[in-house]
Design a binder for this molecule. Structure first.
Ligand code: HAM
Length: 419
């Protein structure tokens, strides 16, 4: 049958083992983040386009090439959120969530939208687990938020990840660095850089460091690094952050070209990468964005945060076997269906998972359904059992069957399930 409708390119239906993995990720994130005092914030999927242009930066790939932007019926320009930070900070200002003298810790889980070329681990609708901590520029906050990210990744069983760190400097030291970089980039011959970088070296030279084109990357090997050009205050901040990470037992490496793809970062930036998921290696990224809240109309409060890509984490988790239901209730006559319905309810109330067979079909066909449900036990209810107030409990693994009194069913099932 020809499909009448197909999902849009880069958009996915999430079901089966991917849906299971998402649930696992969300649950583990909620547990870990609550240990660190984070609370949930859900922001709209649509925000004004201007919010993203101002925060992410007009010269970034995200804003220039990747946003799903459209005019609403009144001609206002709206954009489907390409990331969470801008919306979270907008909400903090609008709802009064971040105030001086307090630290605000918020997490957001949900879909983001970027018009990128889809490939393994890169979607146009993808999902992030995002955290923001506002109201402090303490390096303890940097270290704690990175530790929380690592704790979360370890709690879902991920190892073999590399934490990359850099410091992008601050409003004090960045301008001088940018001048140095601009002068250095000006010496590269025109044809050695891609068209984007030829423009960027004038408009936003930091973005050149982020270019993925092999030709540009080759040119940049000896470019002046950010870290060595940090001012003393930024260097102290970075040294304290890295010392705390070492104290916490975290392994890290420095990548002095790690500029990230969004313009709002200052000082500490970081990424967690894996070499097990093809070319899309970053499973999480983040950094400090002091000054951004004020730029969006709020108080001048510093902030730091990160986001993990759920699709990429799910690729690393692999296929976990789906949980098996505990029971499948099988009425063996039409007039026993109501009783089967009551048994299924009784077992679920006792905390067990499973279903009943609705269909009128042969015993063989019904048993095949029980098999297909992957239930550990079939609960068979025939006229003889009903007359005696019992059910036949059949172990679907070894075929063994025993008569169990209706009143004892939940406790017997519980005992067999753990044995
Ligand atoms: P980002 O590095 O753009 O940062 O995205 C974070 C993570 O989202 C990436 O490391 C990746 O795992 C995942 N990701 C990004 N784009 C895609 C895609 N097209 N398909 C699948 N996964 C993707 C941010 O978004 C920042 N807002 C993070 C942040 C929060 N910084 C401070 N606070």
């Amino acid at each position: 049958m020809a499909l009448l409708y197909k999902r849009a390119k880069g958009f996915a239906d999430i079901y089966g083992s991917l849906a299971d993995a998402f649930l696992r990720l969300e649950n583990a994130a909620r547990v870990m983040f609550s240990r660190y005092g984070f609370r949930e914030l859900r922001t709209p999927l649509l925000e004004s386009t201007d919010l993203f242009q101002r925060s992410i930066g007009a010269e970034t790939d995200v804003v220039l090439k990747e946003m799903f932007t459209f005019a609403d019926r009144k001609g206002r320009s709206l954009t489907m959120r390409p990331e969470a930070t801008a919306g979270v900070l907008r909400a903090c200002v609008e709802e009064g969530l971040a105030k001086s003298g307090q630290i605000t810790r918020l997490f957001t889980i949900g879909p983001m939208f970027r018009y990128e070329r889809p490939q393994k681990g890169r979607m146009r609708q993808f999902h992030q687990i995002n955290c923001e901590c506002l109201g402090t520029d303490s390096p303890y906050a940097d270290a704690e938020i990175i530790c929380m990210l690592l704790d979360f990744l370890h709690s879902i069983g991920l190892a073999n990840l590399t934490l990359k760190l850099n410091s992008l400097g601050c409003a004090e030291c960045r301008p001088a660095y940018l001048e140095k970089l601009r002068a250095w980039l000006a010496k590269i011959p025109e044809d050695a850089l891609c068209a984007d970088c030829r423009r960027r070296r004038e408009t936003n030279p930091l973005r050149v460091l982020d270019c993925k084109e092999p030709g540009c990357r080759a040119q940049l090997e000896n470019a002046p690094g950010l870290l060595e050009n940090n001012c003393a205050a930024c260097r102290d901040h970075f040294e304290k952050t890295t010392a705390l990470l070492t104290q916490a037992g975290a392994a890290w490496v420095i990548d002095s070209f790690l500029v990230r793809g969004l313009d709002y970062y200052q000082r500490t930036t970081f990424e967690v990468v894996s070499d097990e998921i093809g070319s899309q290696t970053a499973v999480a990224g983040g950094g400090r964005y002091d000054g951004l809240l004020e730029q969006l109309g709020g108080e001048n409060l510093p902030g730091i945060g990160f986001a993990c890509g759920m699709e990429r984490l799910a690729l690393l988790l692999g296929e976990a076997p789906a949980a098996r239901p505990d029971f499948y209730v099988l009425p063996l006559a039409e007039d026993l269906r109501d009783e089967a319905f009551a048994i299924a309810r009784q077992l679920r109330e006792a905390g067990y998972s499973g279903e009943m067979n609705y269909a009128s079909q042969s015993f063989k066909a019904a048993l095949r359904n029980a098999d297909r449900s992957r239930a550990r036990f079939a609960v068979l209810l025939g006229p003889d059992e009903a007359a005696q107030g019992v059910v036949a409990l059949k172990d679907m693994e070894n075929g063994r069957q025993e008569a169990v009194a209706r009143g004892d069913l939940a406790s017997v099932l519980g005992r067999l399930l753990v044995s």
